[in-house]
Design a protein around this ligand. Sequence first.
Ligand SMILES: Nc1ncnc2c1ncn2[C@@H]1O[C@H](COP(=O)(O)OP(=O)(O)OP(=O)(O)O)[C@@H](O)[C@H]1O
Ligand SMILES: [Mg+2]
Length: 510
Amino acid sequence: MNGNVLLKMDNVSKTFPGVKALSGVSFTLRKGEVHALMGENGAGKSTLIKVLTGVHAMDKGEVQLKGRTITARSPQEAQTLGISTVYQEINLCPNLSVAENLYIGRVPKRRGSIDWKRMNEDSERLLKRLNLNLDVKQPLSGFSVAIQQMVAIARAVDMSSGVLILDEPTSSLDNQEVQQLFDVMRKLRDEGMGIVFVTHFLDQVYDITDRITILRNGALVGEYETSKLSKSSLVSNMIGREWREEDEHRKKEKSYSSEVMMSTQALTRVGSVKPVSLSVRKGEVVGLAGLLGSGRSEFANLIFGIDQSDSGILTLGSETFQSMNPKKAIRKGVGFCPEDRKVAGIVGELTIRENIVLALQAKKGIFNYIPLKKQQEIARKFIDLLRIKTPSMEQRIDNLSGGNQQKVILARWLATDPSLLILDEPTRGIDVGSKGEIRKLILDLAKSGLSILIISSELQEMIECADRIVVLRDRMQVGEISGDHMTETNIMKMIAEGGGTHEQYSQTGS
Ligand SMILES: Nc1ncnc2c1ncn2[C@@H]1O[C@H](COP(=O)(O)OP(=O)(O)OP(=O)(O)O)[C@@H](O)[C@H]1O
Ligand SMILES: [Mg+2]
């Protein structure tokens, strides 16, 4: 048994100003296992990984790798010891090519200069392991977040010798990409590697992991064999109170009126969105379903004016627009929670309070400064409502855990009191417990008259929140499903085959 132990962390503690992130945590990784590290947002998962890999120094504790005590003072040093990591926030260089990103810091040389030919060939071979066929000479920035994530994983897989750590690697991958990644993980596991896997997708935990370690509030709850731990025990242990899956399912009541808040008529952007015509009524939640790259986010970007449409009409309330920009959209009562919080969301060097009032301030205009007291009131309200875990609203947002940053972005848009809210993957990176709370919040907001357009790759989430689901495929609107016809099977079928309408009520006019 002991001979199987690859990595052992013993009694590890780490304090940040005002936060005890880890208190006396122990963790054991064995050869040839995939080990899930689970816990709520802010439980200490990423911190445990970061003290292991030398991003942060630990206050107390010991780490042993293959029986030898080690202290990595930097991720490079951890790498040299055989520990490879894909961090929660992708750390690649978007301007460099895919191949350069794969070989940064270890470029193959030939007679003193970079051997480009070899680097490109090796890169192609490496990506093939993950079933990816990319033009490795292209800059990374030209690829989707999902592909960039796969490149980060490929790099880690290639460099790892012994320990591979993946902190929420699948949050932007579609089902097929997740399966590709799991195939590679299984292969590496069978070769004897130890893999640490962090995720908030419970199904993935049961699909790929052998063992689970649970953290709560920076403390160890326990270590379990995945096959012997039920889903409800897993979540109950994570959140510290009883949780039952049955209690989580919600069904939206019909709360919308006939008043149309937003509609598009053949809204089009050449090469990105083929004509889409849809409407959202007051108090209605409309879901947008489709695979990655089906045009869902691109369509959302058109409504908020991040991208410009080439033709078609957008109507907000009683006004029609030929063109839109974010400033105008905010003033017209549109809120937009973007898919990629790192690029379009958080302003890292600002505080939580400043991040929360940002959009509201933009809506009011810079000459209408929100007094500090009012800002504090708003921040306090949303920190409580969304249970954002922080010692203070004056904390820099980049010091928050990933899931808590996501909640701040949601708070920012709720604070503008919008009449239309566009939510692109609102629960990405959010823990199971909070996911349920956010779904409930969406339903409550709709009931009070807010119109919502929601995009989520978790179909069950959309089914529970939406009145209707519009399906896009290959950047084209292919159909619509509503009421009891909204089942995963029906949606998947329409995504695959396209066409058709499952309607429960007749839609007139818009
Ligand atoms: N650099 C930092 N400065 C101050 N506090 C920090 C810092 N990094 C993390 N924390 C705090 O430590 C705690 C644990 O955060 P951590 O990122 O480890 O959570 P997590 O389990 O990875 O959560 P998530 O599921 O949201 O990613 C949180 O309260 C967080 O705010
Ligand atoms: Mg984390």
